[in-house]
Design a protein around this ligand. Structure first.
Ligand code: ATP
Ligand code: MG
Length: 445
């Protein structure tokens, strides 16, 4: 057979060095047509193997093998990563439908709220609106846990999970709107800020119901908690540090995409701080909050007639000297209120009585300025006490006996300084408290 017909190894090349001389038997003839029909090549298998001539230089063999295997592995890795990426993209596209399925699907078990929230964008701006509305429809109210100036808070159930539902009074639409908007600010989620689940508004022209669904914390507000419980120094540090961390997160502007505006709360008080089971605080109630982005240098004040709680108002707010165009001023006013909350916490921290090793003591729970203003103080009452007389809550002598109380009393006094520029920032307070070692040995009996 000629090479063009693909004869290859079957070609007769008698006398030449060619592959068929090794391990094959070929008999050749060319004396007449079809002369090969009677040929009987005699093939006897070899008993010893003669080494095949190496195709490539043996010295380069390991290197060659290495390069091939690395290339193969890289190729495989690229393929696997590509497949994972495609799957991720497909799942992202299906997400709303997928989340909705998990809301309605009761047969295959269901996703807890924390996982549902986790499934949404990493920016932490909340669940898709359709999902929020569906959750709101599936809520079952259990009982009321408290009433405030702007609405009533209920313990409710979503499937087996406890959630808190704040039903806003019909006149408080602006508060609902503002709070919903703030909770859905990108990068707002933080362990020291109350976890937002869903918001919903429904009704006709004459009647509207506005709901805000959040995590439920059975220990209630810090105000409730401090009335019933005392703290050891370690618990006090946890509460104070977590409050400072939450406020620092709110106040800090994050640059980049996505970025987070700086947020001032404007209604910080012990009733608007919840106590979590892990002993940390979660800041709630954002109906009055303001946002600020340095890029646009614009302070977005809520279209909301609400003012903060007079008892916790900073002197510059009471005297109406706060410059509404300077955002730093709102943050410093928040720090004044944080100082008062630290004072409420510190009073409930037990210390051992000097000379009596096994006896502990602390002050009773009190609201700031409780003994100098009436129970629902007017602007004038607060102005006279805080701005004119310059009164601040008293620092008991026993606080000098415990490190955390010494540090916290210094911090609170710097926070409620009459001059806003002198006050500590939330980040400064957080850093000071982080460094502090506390005593866990004092037992609450
Ligand atoms: N997420 C929650 N988990 C558990 N309890 C809550 C939750 N949110 C609020 N509460 C309870 O409901 C009460 C009422 O809260 P609400 O915010 O309506 O009023 P307030 O904070 O007491 O007063 P204000 O209207 O001045 O803010 C709180 O004091 C607290 O005890
Ligand atoms: Mg509140």
């Amino acid at each position: 057979m000629s090479p063009e017909q693909g004869g290859g190894l079957l070609q007769c090349k008698v006398g030449q060095v060619s592959p068929q001389l090794h391990g094959k038997s070929i008999v050749c003839c060319d004396n007449e047509d079809l002369c090969n029909q009677d040929l009987k090549p005699n093939y006897s298998p070899r008993t010893t193997t003669t080494p095949e001539p190496p195709l490539v230089n043996t010295n380069t063999m390991p290197l060659f093998a290495l390069v091939i295997s690395i290339a193969f592995c890289l190729g495989l890795l690229v393929l696997v990563l590509g497949a994972i990426y495609c799957m991720y993209r497909r799942r992202e596209k299906r997400k709303p439908a997928y989340l909705m399925n998990s809301l309605y699907n009761t047969t295959n078990g269901h996703m807890p709220i924390a996982d549902l929230v986790e499934q949404t964008s990493g920016s932490g701006s909340g669940l898709p609106l359709l999902v929020q509305r569906t959750i709101a429809k599936q809520i079952q109210m259990v009982h009321s846990v408290g009433k405030g100036r702007y609405g009533e808070v209920w313990l409710a159930k979503w499937r087996d999970e406890k959630v808190a539902v704040k039903i806003f009074f019909t006149t408080e639409e602006a508060s609902w709107f503002r709070e919903t908007e703030i909770y859905q600010t990108v990068l707002m989620r933080n362990e020291n800020i109350l976890g937002f689940i869903a918001a919903d508004i429904k009704g006709t022209g004459s009647w509207t119901q506005m709901l805000l669904i959040t995590d439920y914390h059975e220990l209630g507000s810090l105000h409730d908690y401090l009335q019933k419980r005392v703290l050891n120094p370690h618990m006090l540090k946890m509460l104070a540090l977590s409050l400072a961390s939450g406020v620092a997160h709110l106040h800090t502007e994050i640059f980049g995409t996505p970025g987070k505006p700086s947020i001032a709360h404007r209604d910080i008080k012990s009733k608007n701080i919840l106590v979590k089971r892990n002993g940390q605080c979660a800041i709630a109630d954002f109906g009055l909050a303001v946002k600020y982005t340095s890029e646009s240098d614009e302070i977005q004040i809520a279209p909301n007639s609400r003012v903060g709680t007079r008892r916790y108002m900073a002197p510059e707010v009471l005297s109406e000297t706060l410059d509404l165009k300077v955002f730093e001023g709102f943050k410093m006013a928040d720090m004044y209120s944080v100082g008062l909350v630290f004072w409420e916490m510190a009073r409930r921290c037990i210390t051992t009585v000097r000379g009596a090793k096994n006896t502990t003591t602390c002050e009773d729970y009190a609201l700031p300025y409780q003994d100098v203003v009436p129970s629902d103080p007017s602007f004038e009452d607060m102005y006279a006490v805080v701005c004119v007389k310059g009164v601040r809550p008293p620092i008991p002598q026993r606080w000098q006996d415990e490190d955390i109380l010494v540090v916290l009393s210094k911090i609170m006094q710097e926070c409620w300084h009459p001059s806003p520029a002198v006050r500590l920032t939330a980040l400064r307070v957080k850093k000071t408290l982080v460094k502090l070692e506390t005593d866990c040995t004092i037992k609450i009996v």
